[in-house]
Design a protein around this ligand. Structure first.
Ligand code: PLP
Length: 372
């Protein structure tokens, strides 16, 4: 029996150890350490933004971005149905209303053509979330936002190193966010980044990150913040990872291309789209969506693959299917059939940066085997 192939393994064999050792030897381990500023600076340059604010995780980055835009009671925020819960929690907690958009069946991203029909006089912002390695079609969304004077939040957690029409993801809209969870293209263990060109928004996010302490009267607060600080240890790893981003993207693309080649006769499942007119896939994860001819759903496929030594994860459960949100009375009688199909029939196979050619072959063989 072969070893089990985990769904993700990061690559940490660059300068990570060296920089971490510097932290320990210098005694700089908190958020005050020098790697934070260096990581922020280099990250901002990479995504072509004026400001970058390192935070404790990608969810925290979204929380702060939503709060910094002063989204609150009475406001509506347009967002995809098919995404992670991180996108919606602060919208709900601040008393605003999330308004969902179904996915495009081919790119799995929010279908921009459905946005305008959902705009009301209460709409305050659009949240773009790039899904699984291909960016959403940003330009039409920015046009709508401009026309209706809406703020734009871009969740680029899965888009490190990706571009839209040759411009970096994370450089669009008022404010963008990233995650450095270990399955993202670059990791800090846990971590996140907020980026923006707006001086005031950047200042607000810095303040929100640090409990809204004030420079003069430190323990007197004019606003409620959080402690979202990243440690110098995390930033040390992040810097080492960032140095290798181009290499990581090449690696991910070659993993994706190899899977697509090996799985070209797997007619029971839809593969990720390799290319659109505006971007080539960076395969954050290699997802598959079963069709009727498979004869079973994602849950069953994942069980069968586990029995064959292959790790998997399900696709996102769409927001309108979340029990916690349904119990709040949200999304009653609303349907998002594409998102539902992705949820029931979608899952992803091992796609991490440490994946070997041999493992890719074994995963592909297991897929053909379970389809028989
Ligand atoms: C991973 C992810 C997040 C959350 O990031 P964490 O660092 O895990 O909190 C948010 N949005 C998307 C699209 C993600 O993929």
């Amino acid at each position: 029996m072969h070893d089990f192939i985990p769904v993700n393994q990061p690559l940490l064999d660059g300068n990570e150890k060296k920089y971490l050792l510097e932290c320990i030897e210098s005694g700089w381990i908190s958020s005050e350490g020098p790697f934070i500023k260096e990581f922020e600076k280099k990250f901002a340059v990479r995504v072509n933004r004026k400001h970058a604010i390192a935070v404790s995780n990608g969810t925290a980055a979204i929380d702060a971005a939503v709060d910094a835009l002063n989204i609150g009671p009475g406001d509506e925020v347009i967002m995809p149905a098919f995404t992670i819960i991180s996108c919606i929690t602060q919208i709900i907690r601040c008393g605003a209303t999330p308004v969902l958009i179904d996915s495009d069946p081919v790119t799995w991203n929010m279908d921009a053509s459905q946005i305008e029909g959902k705009i009301t006089q209460h709409t305050k912002a659009i949240m773009i979330v790039h899904i699984y390695g291909l960016p959403a079609d940003i330009d039409p969304i920015l046009d709508i936002a401009k026309k209706h004077k809406l703020k734009v939040i871009e969740d680029a957690a899965e888009m490190h190193g990706q571009t839209y029409k040759n411009k970096p993801c994370g450089s669009f809209g008022d404010i963008s966010t990233f995650s450095f969870y270990p399955n993202k293209h670059i990791t800090t263990g846990e971590g996140g980044m907020i980026v923006t060109d707006d001086d005031e928004l950047a200042e607000t996010c810095r303040s929100l990150r640090n409990l809204c302490f004030q420079p003069e009267k430190r323990f007197v607060h004019e606003r409620l913040g959080w402690n979202l600080r990243m440690t110098n240890l995390q930033a040390a790893i992040g810097l080492a990872q960032l140095e290798r981003l181009d290499e990581f993207i090449l690696r991910k693309r070659s993993i994706g291309a190899r899977y697509s080649e090996l799985l070209s006769n797997l007619f029971q499942a839809q593969q990720p789209l390799a290319q659109t007119s505006y971007a080539a896939n960076i395969y954050w994860i290699y997802g598959l969506v079963l069709n009727e001819s498979a004869g079973f759903n994602a849950l069953e496929a994942m069980k069968k693959l586990a029995d064959n030594g292959v790790g998997t994860r399900p696709f996102f459960c769409p927001m309108h299917q979340q029990p916690v949100l349904q119990r709040m009375g949200l999304f009653k009688n609303e349907t998002y059939p594409v998102a539902d199909n992705l949820y029931h029939n979608g899952f992803y196979i091992p796609s991490g940066l440490a994946l070997t050619p041999n493992q890719i072959e074994r995963c592909s063989e297991a897929l053909y085997k379970i389809m028989k």
